[in-house]
Design a protein around this ligand. Sequence first.
Ligand SMILES: C[S@@+](CC[C@H](N)C(=O)[O-])C[C@H]1O[C@@H](n2cnc3c(N)ncnc32)[C@H](O)[C@@H]1O
Length: 274
Amino acid sequence: MEREKISLTGAPATMLATLYARALDNRLPVPVLGDTEADRTVRRIDYDFGAMGIKDTSSVVGVALRAKYFDDWTTEFLAAHPDATVLHLACGLDTRVHRIAPPASVRWIDVDYPDVIRLRERLLPDPGGDYRMVASSVTDDAWLDEIPADRPTVAVFEGLSMYLTKDDGKRLIQRITGRLPSGQLLFDCYGTVGVRMQKLVPAVRNTGAILHWGVGDPHEIEGWHEGLVLLDTLRSVELPGNAQMTASARAGMWVMARIPGLRDIGRLLRFSYT
Ligand SMILES: C[S@@+](CC[C@H](N)C(=O)[O-])C[C@H]1O[C@@H](n2cnc3c(N)ncnc32)[C@H](O)[C@@H]1O
């Protein structure tokens, strides 16, 4: 079979780094995620994945762990709300819907830029059920108005917030929480120091992507909608699963966890809203 050539640049191209990491995780003796579909997809793409800087087990495990937390939080929400809407924003080529395999009662919507959605259509199998893709920037107004506001909603956006300006991130959060009845927001963020050090991230440097929004105090976000409550903040450098990383990576994280600014370089956030 002819492999798919990819010529994306900027933020859309960064999804190839996370996809590649999940594929490499699947090739570990004991994978964190075991994402066979990601592995199959990478084998169908003609791209210089080496330029993404995903070179060692620790970066593979780091990406896979982040995805695992968001999978687990989403699954938890769906167990309590089997009729929910899932808004999976900036989905890239993430096979979250395949990994979670939600029941048919769940409405699942994957959103990303049109170029990315076209690739998804070509490369990933239809997961079945009440599933659809929306080809749009998340900052455009129209797409969200089309989502029926009739169910509890979990909005998952992994690897997105840092590519938005703070104003666009705030507006997105306010539009979701203002329109869709109640639910949760699950997303990761860079800290302000992380955004200043962005050129050190190979996937950012080599794609020409630009990071804008670094979150200082996540509690500030609670003020953006009445009824928005921060449930969990997990620092990437302190995730229990980091135990699967190499000793040198764990030592590096141990040091970072003790340095103000660096300890908040990446965080996973879970909010509930009414
Ligand atoms: C680091 S990748 C993460 C992709 C996926 N969530 C994952 O974990 O593999 C960043 C993604 O954000 C998407 N993105 C960035 N800004 C966006 C916007 N304004 N609207 C829609 N998608 C956006 C990119 O197209 C890309 O798919």
